[in-house]
Design a protein around this ligand. Structure first.
Ligand code: HOZ
Length: 428
């Protein structure tokens, strides 16, 4: 029987000083009716909490830890670079090396600018799109989450969906009047909106693999339609690959689906677990950014050597031959096992998967949109979350987040997870 005394005490202390006791809302575990565990350390596929409880981790710091935790190559790279200092606020060789790796990995990215988070990357990308096109309006899709910049907090996924926040106070109407949110995977609606307003749109931004409403793959020509229509109306297509970049393939979802966006946003894996974001695209567009052009964007810690070193070390590891094939095998084993566990226990569940990103929805209908995801039984998910945690399986505490498999997950981890899931589902 696990005890959580130290985590409880830390959470009580945290709540007195930090809003909700957490520095990012979903972590508070409110939608799953429990308190968070505080993590003490992590190695490989495992997390160890403040009370010494061990978990098989499928959050992976919400995506970055594709190699698993404390990977020696990343730890060594960070230790080495620390000897040089922590931040210079000046150019450093490592940012050139990482930029080169990104440009080589993603052909649509001819130039790239490093920032400090995915939010910064997407926020900056739409600014560039607006500057480049001279238009204000943007299109996003329901259930996609592009960080917490004002323009994106319309029908957003992730924590906004988890906490069921319709729109955030503090976001001026004058900002979101320029944002249109349309149903994901709904080609007809998109075309009719573009027919009417396409020439006023600066950009269409999309998660090509939606990972913030659970996991919802783009389907049947949806991304191709976005590409065609944006070209027809001279507006930019932005792929938010903060989650899918270097995750579903080394070249991201754009490699997997063979579609070239005008701008791409990255984060998570490119920082190897340190705070990083990046946005890039065609030279003529990126040349709009200061000091090359007039669109302003800056950052004291942007390109800092520690994050660059962790990112470089991670990319070198995942580029090795056979890496994605092995990851695919582990992830498909897990997805198949969860599907069978649901079938054996008569549980209504839908498992979506793209590479090592998985979504388990407690519903009986296919999930291709935010509305579909919302048909899930949230009460049951909350029970599932708590009981899986009790069995030592650490999942994202929300139906509207994805599950990430890492290269450190072993067959034993996967087997234990399936056994735990079957036991929990059997009790529904
Ligand atoms: N909202 C992010 C995941 N989709 C990050 C959540 C967190 O770090 O707590």
């Amino acid at each position: 029987m696990k005890t959580y005394d130290k985590s409880r005490k830390l959470f009580e202390q945290a709540k007195m000083m930090i809003p909700g006791g957490v520095n990012s809302p979903v972590r508070a575990c409110r939608s799953v009716g429990t308190d968070p565990v505080f993590i003490d350390r992590a190695i490989g596929s495992k997390l160890i909490d403040a009370d010494g409880n061990e978990y098989i981790d499928y959050v992976g710091s919400w995506g970055p830890m594709i190699l698993g935790h404390s990977h020696p190559a990343v730890i060594n790279a960070v230790e080495d670079v620390l000897k040089r200092g922590t931040s210079f606020g000046a150019p450093v060789d490592l940012e050139v090396e990482l930029a080169e790796m990104i440009v080589k990995a993603v052909p649509a990215v001819e130039m790239v600018r490093m920032v400090n988070s995915g939010t910064e990357a997407t926020m900056s990308a739409i600014r560039v799109a607006r500057g480049f096109t001279g238009r204000d309006k943007i299109i996003k899709f329901d259930g996609c989450y592009h960080g917490h910049a004002d323009s994106f907090l319309v029908a957003a996924g992730s924590g906004v969906a988890t906490l069921d926040i319709a729109g955030s106070p503090g976001v001026p109407d004058s900002v979101i009047q320029h944002t249109m949110s349309l149903p994901y995977n709904d080609i007809e609606t998109f075309i009719s909106v573009m027919d009417k307003s396409g020439d006023e749109i600066a950009c269409v931004i999309v998660e090509p693999v939606a990972g913030n409403m659970g996991l919802v793959p783009a389907m049947g020509g949806f991304l191709e339609t976005l590409r065609k229509q944006t070209q027809r109306h001279d507006c930019l297509l932005i792929f938010d690959e903060v989650m899918s970049g270097f995750r579903v393939a080394y070249g991201g979802a754009q490699q997997l689906y063979d579609i070239s966006p005008d701008l791409s946003c990255f984060g998570k894996i490119v920082g190897g677990g340190l705070p990083v974001g990046a946005y890039g695209g065609r030279k003529e567009i990126m040349a709009q950014i200061a000091p090359e052009g007039p669109v302003y964007q800056a950052g004291t810690l942007s390109g800092n050597p520690i994050a660059m070193a962790a990112g470089i070390a991670t990319l070198k590891e995942i580029k090795k031959s056979g890496f994605y094939e092995a990851l695919e095998k582990t992830a498909s084993r897990l997805a198949e096992g969860l599907k069978q566990a649901a079938e054996r226990t008569g549980t209504k569940a839908v498992i979506n998967r793209v590479g090592s990103m998985i979504g388990l929805f407690l519903t009986d209908q296919p999930v291709a949109s935010f509305d579909d995801a919302k048909t899930s039984d949230l009460e049951k998910f909350s029970q599932y979350y708590r009981e899986m945690l009790g069995q030592g399986i650490y999942l994202a505490p929300s139906q509207f987040e994805a599950l990430f498999v890492s290269a450190a997950h072993t067959d034993k981890d996967i087997d234990e997870t399936i056994v735990a899931a079957e036991a929990v589902m059997g009790g529904f």
